[in-house]
Ligand binder design. Structure first.
Ligand SMILES: [Zn+2]
Length: 445
C-alpha cells in the first residue's frame, strides 16, 4: 500500500469474507488493499482509526424518487442526497417519475442530469421509464446510460406516467430484452384493484382491503409468464404480498431471470399498528399484517427476495391528508432505512453482514455497479462508519429530507451513522456535510 493516501482502520470491517479487524488502504478514491489491523501506515498516508465502529460498504439504494426538477417542493437532489449520505447511502438510482419531465426520453434524461450535476452529495444514476407510447425511446435511453426501465401495471399516481396494459407490457419487454436491458415493474393488477372494495376515508383497514394481495400476486404471475416467454430480465419492485413468494421461488428455480426487492416499511411496520388517518404510512402496495411481514423476512433469509431499497417517495405535508384514498402514496425513509432495517434484523437474529448484503452488495449487482457494494481491493472507497449498538429516537426535525413527514417518528432505532465516505473522502460526519462530491453514474456496459 505504498501509494495509499488514506488508511481507514477499525476492529470491525465488513468484507465479503466476513467482519474482521482491518486497515483499508485507499488511493485515488479506490480501495487498494484490505490489510491486517496492525499494518504499518505508509509515510504520507493519513490514518483514520474509527476504533470499534463498524466500517461497511456505502449502501446502494436503487429505488429513490428525487422528484427534481418539477416537484422539488416534494424532494430534490440537494436534500435527497444529503439525507442519503446522513443515512450511510453513497449511491442512489433515481426513479423516472414524479419529476417533471419524467425520464422517458434522452432529452428528458439530459434535463435531469443537468439538474442533479452540482447538487449530488452522493453518486446518482437514473432509471428510464417505459410508457405506452415510448418504445422507440427505450434503446436510445439504454445507450445513454439509464440502468433499466420502470413500468407500472396499474395507475402510477401521476398523469404524465401512464401504466402499460398487457400488450404494451409485452411490446416494451420484448424491446428491452432485445438489448438485454432490465425491466423493473410496479406489479399490482388493475382489474383486481378495481374489483376490491374502495371505501376511502381514514380507516387503515379499508385502505388495506382496497389494495389486496391478489392484485400483486396476479400481476407477478403475469410478469413471470411474459419474462419466461421472452427470456427477459425482470425485477419486481417493492414486494409486499408474501403470497407471491412461492410463485417467485418456483420461477427462479425454473431459471426465469427474475429478481425481487422489498422495502424497510414492509419489514419494520405492520398494518396492525398503523393509526387511522395516519397517511404517512400510505404506500402502494400497502404495509400488510405482521404475519405477512414474518414471511418477507423468511424470504430475505432464504434468498427469494434479493434486496432491500427505500422506495423513498415523499410529498409535501399537505398532500398527506387523513383520507387514505386520496392522500399521496409514498413513504419517506431515505435517511432512516439502514437503522430501521438493522433494528428489525438484529431482533430477528440477523447480522449487520446480512443487511449489507441486502442493501449494498445485491443492489449494486442489480444495476451492474461492479465497483460498488463491497469492501475489497479495486472497488470505490465508499464507506459508512456505524455504531450498531447505539440507539437514537427519530425526531423528524433532525431529518435532511425536504419534507419532514415520516412514518418512523418517535421510534427508537439501533445503528447510528457516524460518518459516510465517498471515494475516500468523508462527505458527512456528525451532521456536518462537505460540498457535493457525487458523480452522475451511467450503466456500465
Ligand atoms: Zn417507487
Amino acid at each position: 500500500m505504498s501509494d495509499a493516501e488514506l488508511v481507514l482502520r477499525s476492529t470491525r470491517v465488513i468484507t465479503p469474507e466476513g467482519t474482521r479487524p482491518a486497515s483499508v488502504a485507499v488511493a485515488g478514491g479506490t480501495i487498494t488493499a484490505v490489510l491486517p489491523h496492525d499494518a504499518e501506515v505508509p509515510a504520507g498516508a493519513r490514518l483514520e482509526d474509527v476504533g470499534d465502529h463498524v466500517v461497511l460498504p456505502g449502501l446502494v439504494d436503487t429505488h429513490v424518487h428525487v422528484n427534481d426538477p418539477g416537484r422539488t417542493e416534494w424532494e430534490g437532489f440537494w436534500t435527497a442526497t444529503r439525507a442519503a449520505a446522513a443515512g450511510g447511502i453513497t449511491t442512489l438510482v433515481d426513479m423516472p417519475l414524479n419529476s417533471l419531465p419524467p425520464t422517458t426520453t434522452v432529452d428528458n434524461l439530459r434535463v435531469k442530469q443537468q439538474v442533479a450535476a452540482d447538487k449530488a452529495h452522493i453518486d446518482v444514476g437514473f432509471w428510464g421509464g417505459a410508457l405506452p407510447d415510448n418504445v422507440k425511446d427505450l434503446r436510445p435511453l439504454h445507450e445513454a446510460g439509464v440502468f433499466g426501465f420502470k413500468a407500472f401495471l396499474s395507475p402510477s399516481g401521476v398523469d404524465e406516467f401512464p401504466h402499460l396494459d398487457q400488450d404494451q407490457l409485452a411490446r416494451s419487454m420484448a424491446e428491452i430484452a432485445a438489448f438485454d436491458g432490465l425491466l423493473i415493474v410496479h406489479a399490482e393488477d388493475p382489474h383486481h384493484l378495481a374489483a376490491a372494495p374502495q371505501h376511502g376515508g381514514p380507516r387503515y383497514a379499508d385502505f388495506l382491503a382496497s389494495r389486496p394481495r391478489d392484485a400483486e400476486d396476479t400481476a407477478i404471475a403475469g410478469l413471470i409468464a411474459q419474462a419466461k416467454r421472452l427470456h427477459a430480465r425482470v425485477h419486481v419492485l417493492h414486494l409486499s404480498s408474501s403470497d407471491a413468494l412461492p410463485l417467485i421461488a418456483e420461477a427462479r428455480a425454473e431459471g426465469v431471470r427474475l429478481t425481487v426487492e422489498t422495502c424497510p416499511h414492509y419489514l419494520t411496520l405492520t398494518a396492525e399498528e398503523v393509526p387511522d388517518g395516519a397517511s404517512e404510512f400510505k404506500c402502494c402496495p400497502p404495509i400488510r399484517e405482521a404475519a405477512n411481514q414474518d414471511l418477507l423476512w423468511q424470504a430475505l433469509a432464504d434468498g427469494t427476495i434479493d434486496c432491500v431499497v427505500t422506495d423513498h417517495s415523499p410529498s409535501t405535508a399537505d398532500l398527506k391528508t387523513d383520507d387514505f384514498a386520496t392522500a399521496w402514496g409514498g413513504i419517506s425513509g431515505l435517511q432512516l432505512s439502514l437503522a430501521a432495517v438493522w433494528t428489525e434484523a438484529r431482533g430477528r437474529g440477523h447480522g449487520l453482514e446480512d443487511v449489507v448484503r441486502w442493501m449494498s452488495t445485491r443492489t449494486a449487482e442489480l444495476v451492474g455497479l461492479r465497483h460498488k457494494g463491497a469492501i475489497e481491493a479495486g472497488r470505490d472507497a465508499d464507506f459508512a462508519v456505524v455504531a450498531p449498538e447505539e440507539t437514537f429516537t427519530v425526531d423528524p426535525a433532525a431529518l435532511q429530507h425536504r419534507n419532514r413527514v415520516t412514518a418512523y417518528a418517535g421510534r427508537t432505532l439501533y445503528g447510528v451513522v457516524k460518518s459516510t465516505w465517498l471515494r475516500g473522502q468523508r462527505i458527512v460526519a456528525d451532521g456536518t456535510f462537505t460540498e457535493p462530491k457525487g458523480r452522475l453514474l451511467t450503466r456500465p456496459s
